[in-house]
Design a protein around this ligand. Structure first.
Ligand code: MSK
Length: 630
């Protein structure tokens, strides 16, 4: 086996620079250039102090003009903007979850989508009090999908999945009136509250931000995760590779990008079809290579071992290799820049969802009923495009790392059973993990999530923080683009155990795991919620007492704010490396970084200095341990 070495951020940058040079040959634009044109950013926007929710304005708050035309002060304006930002993210995740529920409704033993994890479906049905005895699994799937869809608009009650939380957490949500009702209601209510002439009280706006976030994390995102597992299989540890070197010079490269696995699963099916492979060979290629970008990549990597080409700020790089026959996208985090960029090369930019339509794209409308033929048409289009490649423009940086991915909640439990030295017979639980934490072998855990953002040197914060934390015996669970940063650097290679402190290294050896566990895509942060809920129950403590924190060091999207809000509202302190647009209001900032702790036992910390951010997380973990007396 070759010697193990992490790939450095400098090496990432070297590869990117070479690709930008490749792009320069054909006049390609890239985010690196657009950032320069957009800098410096608008101060009113950055501080959240511009109000444009009615046409009397836009009103911008300055010392000379401390109120908008309606009389709203800066705290109301910043609070309303923050709530709208959250609602955007919550709506997006939850609508993704809804699509999955609709796909579940299409499940058919002879159709495009099957029930791949019937046990999980039955488990959720029992949890929801649905009779399962003697029922055909597809009838049950359809019944469950209808019940799940009702969660989006039911007139009364709160979300079904809230019951998964420890009693104490549920009581907090009830007491603070932040237990989410119907998923769509929380988004609609947020837009209503922020309409002209409604709420301008920061406390009310921040409270609804938490509630709207919770309707995502314990509602829409959880629907997405759970029913994706039912349809496509619950992830188990699987080997894959990560970084641009996974693209192949002699094969048809199809890149899947976005979030919804319904499309990418079908593309993978047809890329493996012998008929399609034979066609690719006929067209002069050695085969078909599917690789992923962003969370669609996480979905197919976790379930099929499909390699991960890159994360958010790598999406243009895959086209700049000149070796991408098609970049096929579904929804979210897709640069509209991919259209014009693809035209500089031979790449087909294929949009597939009415939710994400863009100029300069080939639009092949994808839906569950016609999924097979849509996917086949896309794969065929990519194959036929292979001949249009310009060899002089092909440049694939030969850089990739091995990664073990697929750590769903279920597979973490199975994996950790290997570590147990418990005298208590509690196999199939998180007892081994709790024992490792309580004994101090593992000091704590950090949930590393979120995007890239040009405001942070790409991937540096993710990678440097992870290195620092594992060296201090803190295990990492990662999702989204953070997980991909780890994989590309090599932190999901099991040999990365040598970078850990002695305790975590021992656990990695016993359980045969890497120190950074890939838990999936952005919606799969719901897996992390289930994990902390079960850990708190097994340790007989409150979630807020666990030596666990959340961190999004390079976040950029509305979804990330929604996530942050549900993580905090679940009782987990959350650390951000990029400022949300709230610095214009001392009251909103004060609530988010301190005041909400009185409501939900956790709050935000914002720190742009990555080293200090890491120190702050470690200090908080040790503080929690001391309070627990462990
Ligand atoms: S893809 S939301 S850039 S993590 Fe989920 Fe990555 Fe952030 Fe999109």
């Amino acid at each position: 086996m070759s010697e193990f070495k992490l790939t450095s951020v400098e090496e990432f940058e070297q590869a990117t620079n070479e690709l930008l040079e490749n792009g320069a040959k054909v006049g390609a634009d890239a985010w690196q250039f657009r950032v320069k044109n957009q800098t410096p950013h608008c101060k009113f926007g950055e501080q959240g102090t511009c109000c444009r929710i009615c046409t009397m304005g836009p009103c911008r708050i300055t010392p000379k003009a401390p109120r908008g035309i309606c009389g709203c002060d800066v705290h109301g304006i910043v609070g309303r903007n923050f709530l709208r930002f959250t609602a955007g993210g919550s709506a997006t995740h939850s609508d993704h979850g809804r699509e999955i529920c609709h796909t579940l409704h299409e499940a058919d033993p002879n159709g495009n989508y099957k029930v791949k994890d019937p046990e999980k479906l039955i488990r959720i049905a029992k949890e929801w009090g649905v009779e399962t005895e003697g029922k055909d699994i597809y009838d049950l799937a359809h019944e469950m999908s209808e019940l799940a869809l009702l969660e989006y608009g039911k007139p009364f009650g709160t979300q079904r999945f809230l019951k998964r939380a420890p009693q104490h957490t549920q009581e907090i949500w009830e007491r603070e009136e932040i237990a989410p009702r119907a998923i769509d209601r929380e988004v609609a209510c947020s837009l209503h509250m922020t309409h002209m002439g409604c709420s301008s009280l920061p406390e009310a706006l921040v409270r609804q931000s938490l509630r709207s976030g919770l309707s995502d994390g314990w509602g829409g995102s959880m629907m997405g995760t759970e029913f994706s597992d039912v349809l496509f299989g619950t992830p188990k540890p699987i080997e894959t590779e990560a970084n641009l070197g996974v693209m192949k010079e002699d094969e048809v490269n199809i890149i899947v990008h976005g979030h919804d696995p319904s499309l990418s699963e079908m593309i993978c099916e047809y890329a493996d079809d012998p008929e399609m492979i034979a066609y690719a060979k006929e067209m002069g290629a050695k085969g078909i290579n599917v690789a992923g970008v962003c969370c669609t990549s996480n979905e197919v990597a976790m379930r099929r071992g499909v390699p991960m080409a890159g994360n958010f700020l790598q999406q243009e790089n895959v086209v700049l290799t000149g070796a991408c026959e098609a970049i096929v996208v579904d929804v979210q985090c897709i640069f509209p820049a991919l259209g014009p960029l693809s035209k500089c090369f031979h790449t087909k930019f294929v949009t597939t969802s009415p939710i994400a339509q863009m100029p300069d794209a080939e639009y092949i409308r994808f839906n569950a009923k016609t999924a097979g033929e849509n996917a086949k048409a896309i794969v065929k289009m990519a194959i036929e495009n292979f001949k249009n490649r310009k060899p002089e423009l092909v440049h694939i940086p030969h850089m990739k790392q091995k990664a073990t991915v697929g750590y769903s909640f279920e597979s973490i439990i199975k994996t950790l059973d290997k570590v147990t030295n418990s005298q208590v017979d509690q196999t199939g639980t998180l007892m081994p993990l709790w024992q490792c934490v309580a004994s101090g072998v593992i000091r704590g855990a950090v949930a590393m999530v979120g995007c890239n953002n040009p405001k942070v040197r790409p991937d540096t914060a993710h990678i440097e923080l992870m290195k620092k934390l594992i060296a201090h015996d803190v295990i990492i669970v990662a999702s989204g683009c953070s997980a991909q940063a780890a994989a590309r650097a090599g932190l999901m290679d099991k040999r990365a155990k040598d970078l850990c402190g002695a305790g975590l290294k021992r656990v990695c050896e016993l359980a045969d795991i890497p120190p950074v566990l890939h838990m999936g895509s952005c919606v799969d942060i719901s897996r992390m919620m289930v994990l902390v809920a079960e850990l708190a129950k097994i340790g007989n403590v409150n979630i807020s007492q666990l030596p666990v924190v959340g961190c999004a060091p390079e976040w950029m999207s509305e979804k990330a704010v929604s996530i942050g809000n549900y993580v905090v509202a679940t009782g987990i302190d959350t650390y951000l490396g990029v400022e949300p647009y709230v610095s214009g209001s001392t009251e909103v900032t004060g609530l988010l970084t301190n005041g909400v702790r009185d409501w939900v036992e956790a709050a935000y910390t914002v720190e742009k200095d990555i080293d200090k951010l890491g120190d702050a997380m470690l200090a908080r973990i040790e503080e929690k341990r001391a309070a627990l007396g462990v």
